[in-house]
Design a protein around this ligand. Structure first.
Ligand code: MG
Ligand code: MG
Length: 257
């Protein structure tokens, strides 16, 4: 069942989004060569707890960390380690928090220290997939309109669209109805309504869409070891362009220009 949020509930999700955005901003700044993902994980947990919130990933189905830190061919759900990051690696960080019972979920990818044009191109494509999908996320449209916009842009650039994982409704639970796939047909699926809150999260590769899970039971990697990137925000469906709850002030219409 898809839950329509009240204005009071949306206000709480806004607050969670403001906090999560500040945490991800800090992680982005800190993700430099020599830093470890374990340090980033501890930093995220401290920032979240100091704000009176909880890291939603830690303990979720037994996941041991507050962030997912996925490097190069790792798509999502990577474990944090004490191995220093190296210049040119593609690092994806996914994080979620619960503030006063309401969730926010957001992810980004970055080239550690810069200097990897191929990885940066993939990141740019993945971010644009998100914004083009979000542009379709309006009351009256259907879920498939979001999915198709993401898939069409990625495949136009000969990238793979991961199918085994998808976006999701979000509210008091991190994963609520509906699923939000990154591939699909326009005009199909659930009709979107004002007050729905969903996380859109394209996971895009420079090769195949096919993925595998490592022996740790969590880390998802591309089967052909091609680079993968991830970009995610928690958004609110409205009658116009969506409100990006985990990126306060961002506007879809500006992002897609
Ligand atoms: Mg996430
Ligand atoms: Mg998510």
């Amino acid at each position: 069942m898809i839950k329509i949020k009240t204005e009071a509930q949306i206000e709480k999700m806004r607050a969670a989004g403001v906090l999560l955005h500040s945490v991800l901003d800090a992680l982005r700044e800190a993700a430099v060569p020599g830093c470890t993902t374990l340090q980033l994980d501890q930093m995220a947990e401290k920032l979240i707890r100091d704000a009176g919130a909880q890291p939603s990933f830690k303990g979720y189905a037994g996941f041991p960390y507050s962030i997912c830190a996925s490097i190069d061919e790792q798509v999502v759900h990577g474990f944090s380690t004490d191995t220093p990051l190296r210049k040119g690696q593609l690092l994806s960080i996914d994080c979620g928090c619960i503030l006063n019972g309401w969730q926010s979920d957001s992810a980004f990818s970055v080239v550690v220290g810069g200097g990897n044009a191929e990885a940066q191109r993939l990141i740019d494509i993945t971010e644009r997939c998100f914004w083009l999908g979000a542009n379709m996320a309006r009351s009256g449209n259907r879920l498939g309109d979001i999915s198709h916009a993401i898939q069409a842009y990625a495949e136009k650039h000969h990238c793979g669209v991961v199918r085994d994982l998808c976006g999701h409704g979000i509210g008091q639970e991190m994963h609520e109805d509906p699923n939000v796939p990154n591939y699909g047909f326009p005009g199909r699926g659930v009709q979107l309504k004002s007050g729905m809150t969903i996380a859109i999260e394209p996971m895009i590769t420079l090769g195949t869409w096919k993925v595998a899970t490592l022996d740790d039971g969590w880390t998802v990697v591309t089967r052909d070891h091609s680079l993968a990137a991830h970009y995610e925000h928690t958004i609110l469906i409205t009658d116009g362009e969506p409100e990006i709850l985990s990126y306060p002030g961002a506007r879809v219409s500006e992002a897609i220009q």
